[in-house]
Design a binder for this molecule. Structure first.
Ligand SMILES: Nc1ncnc2c1ncn2[C@@H]1O[C@H](COP(=O)(O)OP(=O)(O)OP(=O)(O)O)[C@@H](O)[C@H]1O
Ligand SMILES: [Mg+2]
Length: 263
């Protein structure tokens, strides 16, 4: 899949969300899109998935211009776990299967892959639990629990391309690690576009595109980008330093107003 000098402006916007963006996503690869808020990551993923059409430039899948591929055929091949994933007022099972033929084994597999199995296990009615608090007997889930259900939806679909748009923003550390591990194993041979701000988790990606104000600032592997010393290296160092250099005051109890006998 390739984007060739793609430019896209949202209706009514005064400047393009993407300008002359070129990118390549190989079959079976995990390609990460990173960059600051508003840099164009979600927009690029939606263009690559054929959800929006570029104003200029082309998106090709296996050499075929995306505009020539029928919408239904495209939708069958793509699974998008959107940043603002939908919380359907339906049962857990319906939320994951979402219009696809039901296959219980596949369902269990997808739930486990997304870490949703633990959430479902704690619901009295399991897969039959209604996720709608407005009704008697309905349940609501926490943000992170919903995110696991949304990820399970993504794994359930038999798509060749899976787009994970910040799939772990609400997940706890353990669930986040587990989900990235699963994506790392190429989600069972599928092509993955992964959008995340957690740079420690994109090190394994086959290729990383760094977006800045709607343009590709740089691209390469994690090691290449660190060597470049550009935007990616800056953002990565910033995140890494948050873990490596705790403030001095927290290293030295004497600097804090904590009674010694409490330590
Ligand atoms: N539906 C929309 N209508 C108009 N402008 C939009 C729309 N969605 C996004 N934009 C604009 O397009 C630009 C790119 O947005 P996009 O959502 O692709 O950024 P992003 O990199 O995914 O950001 P974030 O990290 O916050 O998710 C931004 O300037 C944003 O304001
Ligand atoms: Mg986004």
């Amino acid at each position: 899949m390739t984007a060739d000098r793609v430019t896209f402006t949202y209706p009514g916007a005064d400047r393009p969300a993407l300008s002359e963006v070129s990118a390549t996503v190989g079959r079976g690869e995990v390609v990460a899109l990173v960059g600051e808020n508003g840099s164009g990551k979600t927009t690029l993923a939606k263009l690559l998935a054929g959800l929006y059409h570029p104003d200029s430039g082309t998106i090709r899948w296996d050499g075929t211009d995306l505009t020539a591929i029928h919408g239904d055929a495209l939708r069958r091949r793509i699974s998008v776990i959107a940043q603002d994933h939908t919380r359907w007022p339906l049962t857990v099972r319906e939320n994951i299967v979402m219009g696809r033929p039901l296959d219980e084994e596949r369902l269990a597999h997808a739930a486990a892959a997304a870490g949703a199995d633990r959430v479902i296990g704690e619901l009295d009615q399991g897969y039959d639990a209604l996720l709608d608090r407005r009704f008697r007997g309905g349940h609501d889930l926490s943000g992170g629990q919903w995110q696991r259900i949304a990820a399970a939806r993504g794994f359930y679909r038999d798509a060749t391309l899976v787009i994970f748009d910040e799939p772990t923003s609400a997940l706890d550390a353990r669930a986040e690690h587990a989900l990235f591990e699963r994506i790392r194993r190429h989600a069972d041979g599928r092509t993955v576009i992964l959008i995340t701000h957690r740079l420690a988790s994109v090190r394994f990606a086959d290729r990383i595109y760094v977006l800045d104000h709607g343009r590709v600032a740089e691209h390469g592997t994690h090691a290449e980008l660190l060597r470049n010393g550009g935007l990616y290296a800056d953002l990565y160092e910033l995140q890494a330093s948050a873990y490596q250099n705790p403030p001095r005051s927290s290293q030295n109890p004497a600097d804090q107003n904590i009674p010694q006998e409490a330590l």
